[in-house]
Design a protein around this ligand. Structure first.
Ligand code: CA
Length: 386
């Protein structure tokens, strides 16, 4: 009898120990804090605190949503849901808890090229009243040429309807199609355009290529623009990210040369009417009348920076070929911190949510990456835990 009790006790202790060890290593469970259970798979946190959008208990990184295909850009709806563009031409709805709605909000007839397709998305500053959503995408007039346009849609009953083109005939190509659209603190729409593989266009202030454009919400040149055109700044190769800091300063990320001259990716401080030098100067080269970047990746080193976001004194941007999250402070933007190098593959979009978390998309299904299980994903990153 006594031996049986000892054996039974021993067995129970062993089983409990095995369960505890397995539980601590289980990938679906990353954190217990304040009695809340956080699931790595869904990113859902079982606590009331996230309802007020100020929860700091999120893990360092969790998968917020998955099974997207080349998510290019995110816009947060007022209710916390997300609109996400997929490069093939779909706009998807992702609920604020991370569930992807199977039926797309819109299917856009894009021209897909190596880099072209459906790119940026942004909401009108007065979206709550007018329901306007803006998209940037690549198209063709006759099947042969490649161009880009920005259109305004109305969001109704979970669909995008009533397309109105506001800027078209932006030069396009297989590569260097720009594509970020965001409204600035001045209420005007900023549009990044690539040089469309024709570098000299970036220096022509009459061309829409290789620019940051600034337009009204109907696509007219914004009052106060230099050159009386849509051009806001010029001499850009392929700007992929823009954001404003707390002082209203505009920052931009831009791809440097590829191929044998690869590297020299740029972080620029953008000012009205300035020339950012492409293709005349590269890296930290200086030339009268041209602006040298604040920071660059160096010859032979690639970030391939996509979008950039500002949060709490920091600029965060993500790298495609660099496969990392990068961070600088706006006080000293020359010191670069690098996170998640090669952990999640190619990263394209980064947006700060109203919960002060960073939402980052992978781009491993774009033909240049190695897809992992569940790709492409939206990762939720807690900046307080970096
Ligand atoms: Ca430059």
């Amino acid at each position: 009898m006594r031996i049986r009790i000892i054996l039974l006790t021993f067995t129970i202790v062993a089983v409990v120990a095995v369960i505890l060890v397995l539980y601590s290593k289980w990938p679906g469970i990353t954190n217990f804090k304040n009695g809340s259970l956080i699931s790595f798979e869904t990113g859902i946190i079982n606590t009331d605190k996230n309802k007020n959008g100020l929860n700091q208990d999120f893990p360092k990184v969790s998968v917020f949503s998955e099974k997207l295909k080349v998510p290019w850009s995110i816009a947060f709806l007022p209710n916390g849901d997300l609109l996400v563009t997929e490069r093939e031409g779909r706009v998807r709805l992702v609920a604020k808890e991370g569930q992807l709605t199977s039926e797309p909000v819109a299917k856009i007839a894009v021209k897909q090229t190596a880099e072209g397709g459906l790119h940026g998305i942004t909401l009108h500053p007065n979206f709550a009243k007018n329901k306007f959503v803006y998209l940037y995408y690549t198209y063709s007039e006759n099947g042969g040429n490649t161009l880009n346009k920005v259109s305004r849609f109305t969001f109704e009953n979970n669909k995008l309807v009533s397309e109105q083109v506001i800027v078209d005939k932006i030069p396009g190509a297989a590569n260097h199609d720009g594509g970020r659209v965001k409204f600035g603190p001045d209420g005007f729409l900023y549009i990044t355009t690539g040089d469309a593989q024709n570098p000299s266009q970036a220096q022509d202030t009459n061309s829409l290529a290789g620019k940051i454009l600034r337009v009204t919400d109907t696509g007219e040149p914004a009052p106060g623009n230099p050159f009386d055109k849509r051009t806001y700044s010029y001499g850009h190769r392929n700007p992929q990210g823009i954001t404003w800091d707390k002082n209203g300063q505009l920052w931009e990320t831009e791809h440097g040369p590829s191929g044998v001259e690869t590297g020299n990716d740029e972080l620029n401080k953008i000012e009205l009417g300035k020339n950012y030098g492409w293709p005349t100067i590269r890296g930290m080269e200086m030339r009268e009348g041209m602006v040298t970047p604040i920071l660059e990746s160096g010859r032979g080193n690639t970030w391939a920076p996509a979008d950039i976001a500002y949060l709490d004194g920091f600029l965060y941007f993500v790298g495609l070929r660099g496969e990392a999250l990068y961070r600088v402070t706006i006080e000293k933007p020359t010191k670069l911190d690098t996170f998640f190098k090669k952990e999640y593959g190619r990263l394209r979009e980064i947006a700060a949510g109203s919960d002060n978390m960073l939402y980052v998309t992978t781009s491993n299904r774009d033909g240049r990456g190695k897809p992992k299980d569940g790709d492409d994903k939206i990762l939720r990153i807690n900046p307080n835990r970096l």
